[in-house]
Design a protein around this ligand. Sequence first.
Ligand code: BTN
Length: 334
Amino acid sequence: MATIKMSTSLIQLVHLLADKQFHAGSALAAQLGITRAAIWKIVKQLEKYGIKLESVKGKGYRLMQPLELLDVKQIKAPLTVAQQQSIERIEILTSVDSTNSYLKNKLELQKRPVSICLAEQQTAGKGRLGRSWFSPFGANIYLSLSWKSDKDISELNGLSLVIGVAIMKALEKLGLSKGIGIKWPNDIYCQHQKLAGILIEIVAESHSHTRVIIGIGMNVNMLNQPQAAIDKDWTSIEHITQQYQNRNVIIGALLKAVLDELENIKQQPLAACLAEWKKYDVLYEKAITLSHQGNNISGVGKSINEQGHLLLLTNDGTLLPCSSGETSIKQFCA
Ligand code: BTN
């Protein structure tokens, strides 16, 4: 697995170029205390990641797009002291195959309940149902959280729905939730376009102990990517708001909301946490199709039951609880 840790010079260079003005290579080199050749190397690396830079003889380099890199200090800011203490560490990687796989394969002992990994880019980001997750450099959120739970695996069905609720609460807190809801089980949608997704992976089980990797991908500052690169209609926060967004602020709010929900799960049964899910349900009373292992069932969405299973009112009048599958809306009126 190729894992690239964020280099301090790369971070400093992006900070210096953040004003989108030209900076001479010699001035940049002097400010960072490295050679001009080293500056050139970092510029080439950024270009390799798809970041657009202009380089003009006699003027130097300038960034042609806004770029704010991930920053632990800003990410941690909204967390309570207890939440900060519950975190073993927050790792920020420049590039990794998948943040979920990275945490999953980490063999070191995780003493505290939570460990977090974020990346600027994923080269093999994973989606649900074996799909891939498009993860260009510096644009979006690729966040994984390893959670040591004292619950048995059987008590964690529905966890992904609770994480969906956490994402919605974070967006509400940031004033960004207008027109956004959850498509069962845990896709975050704006109108008929996907904004964010959740991938939960269970790593190890012992008696009454489970380690869960919670992966969240959210499209934030992604504009103008070829639709073909992604297998679904997609949107991003920048697309919705028409404004470049600070990913660190959104990640902070997401982490806070996820940690709040994990605390809730400890204290109350999952069913109580799921009650809130209903308010975000974009399938409710909609004509939908559920696809599962090559079979399609049509019906009307009737929310979820206490286990988080979708309730589908089929054409013959049966109220069918469905525990897995992929839903699509036949007629979408948000
Ligand atoms: C989905 O298909 O809706 C789930 C997408 C989950 C993507 C995130 S990005 C961070 C984490 N790492 C991965 O490889 N996948 C998840």
